[in-house]
Design a protein around this ligand. Sequence first.
Ligand SMILES: [Zn+2]
Length: 269
Amino acid sequence: MTVWIALFLAAPAIAQEPGDNRIVFPASVSQGALVFGKVPAGSVVEYAGRTLRPTPWGTVVFGVDRREQGPLRLEVLRADGTRAAESIAVTARDWPLERVDGVPPKTVNPPPAIAERIRREQARVTAARTRDDDRADFAAPFIRPVTGRISGRFGSGRVYNGQPGAGHSGMDIAVPTGTPVKAPAAGVVTFADDLYLTGGTILLDHGHGVSSNFLHLSRMDVKVGDRVAQGQVIGAVGATGRATGPHLHWGMSWFDVRVDPLLVLERTR
Ligand SMILES: [Zn+2]
């Protein structure tokens, strides 16, 4: 009781429960998960070579690669200088192979000039994903950007026109061209342009390295720097870039680590 009061008096401006010195992480997480933890306010957390800053409520967030085997190691350095080590087991998932046929051949085997353009465009998208804001938009419950049948899942191996490609980095939702796309959580637009492979492409930054991307859009209603609210229409579904039909590709990342939007929705449902 004495300790509780002492901490309360010493730190009146901290939004976390006064005296809450607990460190809370899940015991195990899935490959492709966005993981939330709780640490005492003022701590810093080291994970995978990055320093995680907690929100004023002591929340930290990080992503788990879909190939990660674990266990994950975290080190928490509390404001009082004490350290704690955390270990999190990783649950392996089954990643099925999806065959996608009828893709425009020039998007599977692009000529050199196009391949160079794709590399340049990808570098711009990668640069947008390095942003590390203090905004905690990621911590609110996410909503679906569109409602429809899931036609492609995160993490599936992809074979395009019989040729192995990179694993699927997001979820596909089959809905007609023109369907409005809503921001699944609040954020800041960090990218909005028409790209060769991904067509109309918007990146929305939710803070602390967490971002969403929306691909193949037929229309973009926002520009870089715009602050958008959850549920705000940011564009419309299309079939631009490497797509066989109209659908929304919704991807999520923690910096350059792709995570599964479906797991993010399940967490906050
Ligand atoms: Zn997709």
